[in-house]
Design a protein around this ligand. Structure first.
Ligand SMILES: [Zn+2]
Ligand SMILES: [Zn+2]
Length: 230
């Protein structure tokens, strides 16, 4: 089953990665931008974690935020021609459509929407209702749904067919997350359902390192080719 037409970014672009400037990546924005250009990328979105997600990570690992987020307004790419976008990986907070889409308390115009078990404290089973409500309420600013069949903490309870249906209804792409695939944290059965039934798909690295930015994607393309999707 060839699904080339459904994949938005089969070209050299990547819309999910993390920096050390605002969340838990290992590199600064400038390092990422330089390296992404070197490996031939044309557009990237740096999608650092939301305030609530960072708060939970700080509790666990004492992660500091180094830069003021508002400085991105004064930041220009002085290195190369790559197009750089700033979104936020927003968190679903509960089953009542509440999300956290801020970094340093500033709301982002666009988000990629995630469920993380360190942030979502309600029962795991309620995640399906939570996805539905969050999408219905915030669909206009959601660029895509992150790692829907790849979060080990939710992968067994996510009703992937229902999630695909609601995403398709609002024309929101679903993400194939190559970091989770590479690291063996993906429900492959659900991934194949997603590849076949989602109307729009993003393939993103979710890189937290330069290695991830370069290698996860290669692995991803190989997976899609081997399975006859491209
Ligand atoms: Zn995530
Ligand atoms: Zn992420």
């Amino acid at each position: 089953m060839n699904i080339k037409h459904k994949i938005i970014n089969l070209d050299n672009s990547d819309y999910h990665m993390h920096s050390m400037s605002f969340s838990d990546g290992m590199n600064t924005i400038d390092e990422i931008v330089k390296f992404a250009w070197e490996i031939g990328m044309t557009e990237i979105a740096i999608t650092d974690h939301s305030d609530d997600c960072m708060a939970s990570l700080i509790e666990k690992f004492w992660i500091s935020k180094n830069a003021y987020r508002w400085l991105t307004k004064r930041w220009w790419n002085i290195h190369n021609e790559i197009s750089v976008i700033f979104w936020v990986e927003a968190d679903i907070l509960n089953e009542n459509w509440d999300i956290c889409d801020t970094i340093q308390w500033k709301e982002s115009e666009f988000i990629n929407l995630s469920a993380h078990n360190n942030v979502y404290k309600w029962s795991k089973e309620s995640i399906n209702k939570a996805y539905k409500n969050a999408i219905e309420k915030h669909n206009k600013k959601i660029k895509f749904i992150c790692h829907p069949c790849s979060n080990p903490n939710f992968w067994n309870v996510v009703d992937i067919e229902a999630l695909i249906e609601i995403a398709n209804k609002y024309e929101i792409p679903l993400e194939i997350n190559w970091s989770y695939l590479y690291n063996g944290k993906t429900n492959l059965e659900k991934l194949h359902i997603l590849l076949q039934k989602a109307d729009k798909i993003y393939i993103n690295s979710d890189a937290h390192t330069l290695f991830g930015l370069k290698e996860y994607r290669k692995n991803a393309i190989k997976f899609l080719k081997e399975n006859g999707y491209i």
